[in-house]
Write a protein that binds this ligand. Structure first.
Ligand code: BES
Ligand code: ZN
Ligand code: ZN
Length: 502
């Protein structure tokens, strides 16, 4: 879909529909809505008077213009209370309007840069939000539908009409940034929605190759032999039950000519999590094709930052592995040795994420990464605690955690910090090895994070548990059913933030 920015008057802009925002509780109309209302001979003000149109957040009303405007329709979208408008609401509202118009088979849309100037929202940011909201909201995964009927009705173009010439360049800049970030998010969604018989560890490595080639990133894919040599016994233990060979993928972005790795982004890449010998119940097991969402998101972030070009060196690492039961599979009671020398007693083969991450974190330390952020669909316990709204944030460094939460706020991907009291470590103690991979006694998301902490050492680190937020079973805001692409946009913001502050 094309997003065009022009100067001019929205009333004179030809399109299938004009999208305009309306605040809740407005008695008199002003700006663009007022001139559209005048052209429509007062239809909008009359609808407001009769309380058929209220401006409540996400409310959508479509009016035919019957030749009174250059556009065939006007869509009035509710922006909610003016004081409460945020960039995230701008994203949500345009997404809802676009989906409605797609259903009505409208192909060309015009809108203003709504939100600009309200609650300190600058022109660039509202434009970015409009671009992101539209591109994210119109996402669909129809690759395996043989009936392509739905594909015919795509929105072809959105034109943002700026009445003030001064903001055109800023709006264009915002749209470009929004497009880069939304496309990366949709790339992550595509990877996560892909069935696990296609999205194997080898296919993930191929995708990484494609991302590297398109964006001129350095790529390395370590195979089992190399993993063995590096002593990645925990990762190898998870991989041993599957016929699919594991792949350890790294993507390297150098925004500076010299200097080491300033940030390592580590993503859990379990391409299918059956639970292994500690097999999961069959209900909803299909959703476990999304257990590589952390890996997909860090790969997508690399695609975005390669285009945004911040001055920072970042590496993404994805241990990609399939977790299956078989005659050669890992068993409860087994003991594995991780790359950092620590031994792990296996209590549950379903707590496999922390095992592959243990070695990925070890590798990040071997490369002397200055900071580490890992992203993982790590625990069902995190879904119990925070549902599908907030991502759980854990870590060993206040500043890193703060930066992540802030980056999430800006993205509209809410994060919630979870406690990391020393006492929780007790629950991970093993009688026969240095640590065990599953604890009893509650707080499963925290004990999992405490397990990871043992492999991070002193490096400033934040851990994001996205088990609840990476996938949704209903349409919401600019999310469609299935993969959400969380936390791609947060991580892009984080990288940009760290690159600016030094
Ligand atoms: N991939 C799962 C966690 C998960 C659950 C992600 C639901 C998304 C939705 C993870 O590997 C897992 O199975 N964790 C276990 C750990 C337990 C055995 C200690 C869990 O959460 O039950
Ligand atoms: Zn599992
Ligand atoms: Zn898992």
């Amino acid at each position: 879909m094309e997003i065009d920015v022009i100067g001019g008057d929205i009333i004179k802009t030809e399109s299938g529909a004009i999208v305009v925002g309306l605040f809740e509780g407005k008695k008199s109309l002003d700006g663009d809505v007022a001139s559209i209302d005048r052209a429509l001979e007062g239809v909008i003000s009359s609808l407001i008077k009769s309380e058929e149109v209220k401006g409540k957040l996400d409310e959508v009303n479509v009016i035919h213009s019957l030749g009174k405007l250059a556009a065939e329709r006007v869509v009035i979208i509710g922006l909610g209370k003016k004081k409460e408008l945020t960039t995230d609401k701008i994203r949500g509202v345009i997404a809802i309007a676009c989906r409605q118009l797609k259903k009505q088979r409208v192909e060309y849309i015009a809108t203003v840069n709504y939100g600009e100037g309200i609650n300190k929202i600058i022109a660039e940011d509202s434009a970015q939000a409009i671009a992101e909201g539209a591109l994210l909201g119109l996402y669909s995964f129809k690759k395996y539908m043989t009936d392509k009927e739905d594909k015919k009705a795509d929105i072809k173009k959105i034109t943002i009409v700026c009445s003030r010439k001064t903001s055109i360049n800023l709006v264009k800049k915002g749209v470009d940034k929004g497009r880069i970030i939304a496309e990366a998010t949709n790339l992550a969604r595509d990877m996560v929605n892909e069935p696990a018989n296609y999205m194997t560890p080898s296919h993930m490595a191929e995708m990484a190759g494609r991302i590297a080639k398109e964006n001129k990133l350095k790529i390395a894919v370590l195979d089992s032999e190399k993993m063995q040599e590096l002593g990645m016994g925990a990762l190898m233990g998870v991989a041993q039950g599957s016929c699919q060979p594991p792949k350890f993928i790294t993507l390297d972005y150098k925004g500076k000519r010299n200097g080491g790795v300033e940030l390592a982004l580590v993503g859990k890449g379990i391409t299918f999590d059956s639970g292994g010998i500690s097999i999961k119940p069959s209900s909803k097991m299909d959703e476990m094709k999304t257990d590589m969402a952390g890996g997909a998101s860090v790969m997508a972030v690399m695609a975005a930052i390669a285009r945004l070009k911040p001055r920072i060196n970042v590496i993404a690492m994805v241990p990609a592995v399939e977790n299956l039961p078989s005659g050669s599979a890992l068993k409860p009671g087994d003991v594995l040795k991780a790359m950092n020398g620590k031994t792990i007693e296996i209590i549950s083969t379903d707590a496999e994420g922390r095992l592959i991450l243990a070695d990925a974190l070890g590798y990040a330390n071997k490369l002397k990464a200055k900071r580490i952020v890992d992203v993982a669909t790590l625990t069902g316990a995190c879904v119990v605690a925070l549902g599908h709204v907030c991502t759980g944030v854990f870590g060993n460094d206040k500043e890193m955690i703060g930066k992540v939460i802030n980056a999430g706020d800006v993205a509209g991907e809410p994060m919630w910090q979870m406690p990391m009291n020393e006492e929780y470590k007790e629950q991970n103690k093993s009688e026969i090895a240095d640590i065990k991979n599953a604890a009893s006694g509650g707080a499963g998301a925290i004990t999992a994070a405490q397990f990871l902490a043992e492999f991070v050492g002193d490096t400033p680190w934040a851990h994001l548990d996205i088990a609840g937020t990476s996938y949704g079973d209903k349409e919401r805001k600019y999310y469609t059913k299935g993969a959400t692409g969380v936390p791609v946009r947060t991580l892009v913001n984080l990288v940009m933030d760290i690159s600016r502050r030094k």
